[in-house]
Design a protein around this ligand. Structure first.
Ligand code: PLP
Length: 461
């Protein structure tokens, strides 16, 4: 499989190169030159496979030529061995023909484990083959750092440094990161805020001379391999409710547009999908774009669903590339118009987006009501991101004979504030995390100074 940049001037790359590169050198995002496609008969023949076997079938064409089949099988098995349910991505019914897909059974209790558990292993394999090492540097406002750390901790060829704002993340969030004690894991608490952390990461990528020849890498949500790993559970869940012989619909709590874009790819690859619903919180640029062709940036709202608090969704560019007939010149032109302040798509591009997606926006108050209502009717506790997804599903659902699957992106124990505001009791930590508050921690507290951070990194690689 070859990969091309949405902006068209970066080199065409193999899977291994795309995996390590992240962003394309022309500022675009890598996408497969041509997607694999599967017939209904072929998809139907996968109905009795385990999650891991299905993952191999769905992802194999994307990695073929770079990773040998037996190695890929091993990586998939290892990546999902740490999940606490043998179905890996089980489903729970919340009403007639309405389902929740539990994507929070991994080590950090959020769906990002699906991609990052595999990504760390893929990177390690490719780096070993090339006899290279990579330094992963990232910043987190609290929630997503742990999934990256858990994904990289077993990689001999990766060192990972994650910056978080000192005393500004919750104790559970901090401990999920700092209790991972491995030779290649470095947690840094910066005496500043999240923007300071992110600014220092950006500055370090722009000038890597402080590393004395080592190279920086990123595992953020624009990495193609993360999207790839997320395609699998659209197939597994559709098969579980009667696909591909019947259509299914999905509602996805959305931030950077990575997760739902994987659903769109599943559809392009042949899975019969009726609706793909983009569920947003008050940070609603995607909802405004789909509903009204308004892509204007607005200031960031802090909500009860922080993993969806974004101003601009980085992966949306991948969809816009298709919406412009995969014409990279048209896409590049659009991106420069955006940067100059234009906020609308052409009628054709907007029509393409609207044909493929529905959308709905949910505020904090309604999010808490949904948590309470669903708990009352089913005794099932939703996290705030999932509650937004379920509300959007119910509001946008066109044909009740089509099964509706909402992606449950996090376990409610991670977001106790919303659960308490919904007057529900906070759940206890799952078995594999019960002793989180007794475990040893390891992290370095550093001043909000680029030079301090960089010399700490350089010293420890
Ligand atoms: C990251 C995240 C999302 C948003 O996913 P995107 O792929 O960025 O759209 C939603 N919910 C939770 C809990 C997340 O961690």
């Amino acid at each position: 499989m070859k990969y091309v940049s949405t902006r068209g001037t970066a080199p065409v790359l193999s899977f291994g190169d795309v995996l390590l590169a992240g962003l394309a050198s022309d500022g675009g995002l890598y996408v497969p030159e041509k997607l694999p496609s599967y017939s209904k008969e072929e998809i139907a023949s996968w109905a009795s496979l385990s999650y891991q076997e299905l993952a191999f079938k769905v992802m194999w064409p994307f990695v073929e030529g770079e990773i040998p089949a037996d190695e890929f099988t091993r990586m998939i098995d290892e990546a999902y061995a740490g999940f606490n349910h043998s179905a890996v991505a089980p489903m729970v019914q919340t009403d007639s023909n309405e389902w929740v897909l539990e994507l929070f059974r991994g080590p950090t209790l959020a769906f990002k484990d699906f991609a990052l558990q595999l990504l760390g292993r893929l990177m390690d394999y490719v780096l070993a083959k090339r006899n290279e090492k990579l330094v992963i540097l990232g910043a987190t406002s609290g929630d997503t750092g742990s999934a990256a750390i858990e994904g990289c901790r077993h990689s001999d060829h990766l060192d990972i440094f994650i910056l978080h704002p000192y005393q500004r993340v919750s104790e559970v969030q901090r401990r999920q990161m700092t209790t991972v004690i491995d030779d290649n894991v470095y947690n840094i608490a910066v005496k500043g805020n999240f923007d300071d952390c992110q600014g220092m990461v950006k500055a370090s990528f722009a000038d890597q001379s402080f590393l004395n020849g080592a190279k920086l890498g990123a595992v953020n949500s624009i990495n193609w391999a993360r999207i790839m790993a997320q395609i699998v559970y659209y197939f597994s869940s559709a098969l579980a409710v009667g696909g591909p012989h019947r259509k299914v619909s999905f509602s996805v709590p959305t931030g950077n547009f990575g997760d739902i874009f994987a659903g769109y790819l599943a559809k392009q690859m042949g899975l019969p999908i009726d609706q793909l619903i983009v569920a947003t919180n008050q940070n609603d640029i995607l909802h405004r774009t789909i509903a009204e062709n308004d892509m204007s940036r607005q200031s960031l709202n802090v909500t009860l669903s922080p993993s969806m608090d974004i101003m601009v969704s980085s992966n949306f560019e991948r969809l816009l590339f298709d919406a412009h007939g995969r014409d990279s010149d048209a896409l590049t032109d659009l991106m420069s118009r955006f940067n100059a302040g234009d906020v609308t798509l052409s009628d054709e591009a907007w029509a393409y987006v609207k044909d493929n997606f529905d959308s709905h926006k949910v505020d904090d108050a309604r999010t808490c009501e949904v948590i309470a209502e669903v708990f009352e009717s089913t005794q099932y506790l939703l996290d705030p991101h999932t509650a937004i997804g379920l509300e959007a599903a119910r509001k946008c659902w066109k044909d009740k004979s089509v099964p509706m699957i909402t992606l449950a992106t996090a376990h409610p124990v991670k977001f106790p504030e919303a659960v308490e505001k919904a007057n529900c009791e906070s759940p206890s930590l799952p078995e594999h995390m019960k002793d989180l508050f007794e475990r040893d921690e390891s992290y370095e507290v550093l001043e909000n100074e680029l030079a301090d951070i960089q010399s700490y990194v350089a010293k420890n690689i």
